[in-house]
Design a protein around this ligand. Structure first.
Ligand SMILES: NC(=O)c1ccc[n+]([C@@H]2O[C@H](COP(=O)([O-])OP(=O)(O)OC[C@H]3O[C@@H](n4cnc5c(N)ncnc54)[C@H](OP(=O)(O)O)[C@@H]3O)[C@@H](O)[C@H]2O)c1
Length: 249
């Protein structure tokens, strides 16, 4: 049984946006955080100097299955009980129809957002099961469950990851491994989103990524009163509403 105070959290998508905000939140809450992305995150100014020491970043390109396998193997001696998936490759610029998605865009989006993170989950599952109580959180998206015009590649990848993480609890119904899929009902202003919007876009209705990070912080807090595993809508005030997905036809 792992010690939840010393067991580490692993966060994907750590260099920007929601993932970076989650890393900062958890390190500030005295968790030891491993995190990955291609570019190195700069946490100066996001967390106190004492918290920076609790963050270990490694470069990782999730689009490389080999690199993900090697990174996961390197974690063998480390106790990890929390995996948070926030990495995303949104695809080309603005919205564009499925007929205009190139083969290379399909490959990039699916390799990163879906396959790389699925491999990470697969390889870490034995560790998460061994270190119960343990948690997987997927920062999911409305595109995983609703039709989304102009974002077919992103939607396909997010829906695939969402489906994969519905299969896992069906295989491991233990209450010791909690799996959350969080679907924001609002937009957060992140680098990835900014890149996909036209110049002069009005972001005034967009939230700070800290709203989602705070919600994640509450779910993983050993002192908290976490909801049961499942899919949840996150509202703008950080509250969670269960989203009932069909369990049979
Ligand atoms: N922002 C929103 O309004 C919103 C709404 C609903 C759901 N979401 C979900 O929230 C999550 C975070 O979104 P975000 O807007 O914060 O994204 P973002 O600003 O684009 O950040 C994406 C992160 O993924 C990493 N990443 C991208 N390609 C990678 C690769 N090949 N290998 C490793 N890491 C890679 C990036 O790091 P590097 O570039 O350094 O590799 C970055 O840290 C996503 O899962 C998204 O679907 C966001």
């Amino acid at each position: 049984m792992g010690n939840i105070d010393s067991a580490r959290v692993l966060v994907t998508g750590a260099s920007k946006g929601i993932g970076k905000s989650i890393v900062a939140k958890l390190a500030s809450a005295h968790r030891f955080v491993l995190c990955v992305s291609r570019s190195k995150p700069d946490f100066q100014g996001s967390v106190g100097a004492d918290c920076v020491d609790r963050i270990t970043w490694n470069p990782l390109d999730l689009a490389s299955a080999t690199a993900v396998e090697e990174y996961a193997a390197s974690l063998e001696p480390i106790t990890i009980n929390t995996l948070i998936l926030s990495a995303v490759e949104y695809g080309e610029g603005g919205r564009h129809p499925a007929s205009e998605i190139s083969a290379s865009e399909w490959q990039r989006v699916v390799a990163t957002t879906l396959v790389g993170q699925c491999i990470m989950v697969s390889r870490l599952l034995p560790k998460l099961i061994a270190n119960q109580p343990s948690i997987i959180i997927n920062v999911s998206s409305d595109v995983a469950i609703l039709p989304s015009a102009g974002r077919a590649a992103y939607a396909a990848a997010k829906a695939g990851l969402h489906a994969m993480l519905r299969a896992v609890p069906a295989e491991h119904p233990s209450h010791g491994l909690r799996i959350y899929q969080l679907i924001p009902t609002f937009q957060s202003l992140t680098e990835g989103i900014r890149r996909r919007r036209p110049a002069n876009f009005d972001f005034s209705s967009y939230a700070d990524p800290a709203v989602i990070a705070d919600t994640v912080g509450r779910i993983v807090s050993p002192a908290g009163n976490p909801p049961p595993s499942g899919t949840y809508l996150i509202h703008r005030d950080g509250s969670l509403a269960p989203y009932a997905e069909p369990a049979s036809l």
